[in-house]
Design a binder for this molecule. Structure first.
Ligand code: C5P
Length: 244
């Protein structure tokens, strides 16, 4: 694994995405395409990234009946993405259907199977918000429950908040992939946006994240390239991590 940094292309159109990709290209190997950009551009953004030899995390968080999610998983596999995700709250059957369809499609096309991640609880949730959705479990218990279901379904890993990395690692083992958003620079004041369960890049890597997903701290910076360089050197200097 050359790179642990995933940049989230949360921008409105192909032109803005292209500018960002070209600026960050020397520093970043994996870009995340989410619902905003994919809805605007369709597979054009995937082609653009593949032409530049970049890997794609397709972050569409599929959550539907098992048949529909299986077909969406097949379509994601045909796009040749490196990883994509489904919601853990979609249930075991839905996740198993996604895993089976992905394996089958990759085999048929003779390509490498994309990694499939399960989303546990969005990093924008806090205890109060979880209660409001009718779930009476504590955040940690709920996240662990979902992560265990995700593993049971045969998915490759989870998307989880940096604050849950350690106990998830203890409970799910070394080979389960952990991808974490909710990354904020040390000086950013808390409560400035919707992310609640956050950590600095250094903390997330130290706590065992295989990949960190960073959006606004880099893409909304005055100079995204300088912000990315700063992030990479902060992680390297403190953790001797050479993977970034
Ligand atoms: O701008 P920011 O760094 O908060 O971006 C985080 C990205 O990660 C967003 O694209 C968001 O949709 C995504 N994400 C998340 N929490 C999850 C899964 C994905 O924040 N559980």
């Amino acid at each position: 694994m050359k790179n642990k940094l995933i940049i989230s292309l949360d921008v409105p159109n192909l032109r803005t995405a292209e500018r960002l990709v070209d600026e960050l290209s020397p520093l970043v190997e994996i870009f995340k395409v989410g619902s905003q950009l994919f809805t605007a551009t369709g597979p054009k953004i995937i082609d653009l990234l593949h032409k530049r030899k970049k890997e794609v995390f397709l972050d569409l968080k599929f959550h539907d009946i098992p048949h529909t999610v299986a077909e969406a998983a097949r379509a994601a596999t045909r796009l040749g993405v490196f990883m994509f995700n489904v919601h853990g709250i979609g249930g075991l059957k839905m996740m198993q259907a996604a895993a089976k369809a992905t394996e089958g499609e990759a085999e048929k096309l003779k390509i490498k199977k994309p990694l499939i991640l399960g989303v546990t609880l969005l990093t924008s949730f806090d205890e109060q918000m979880l209660k409001e959705t009718g779930v009476s479990k504590q955040i940690d218990d709920y996240v662990l429950y979902l992560a265990q279901e995700i593993k049971k379904a045969g998915l490759d890993g989870v998307v989880a908040s940096p604050q849950e990395l350690r106990f998830l690692r203890e409970n799910l083992g070394e080979s389960f992939i952990m991808v974490t958003p909710g990354i904020r620079f040390p000086r950013a004041s808390s409560g400035e946006d919707d992310q609640k369960r956050i950590a600095t890049p250094k903390e997330a890597i130290k706590n065992g994240a295989d990949y960190i997903v960073v959006g606004r701290p880099i893409i909304a910076a005055e100079s995204p390239k300088e912000a990315a360089e700063q992030l990479i050197s902060s992680v390297r200097s403190e953790t001797s991590d050479k993977a970034l």
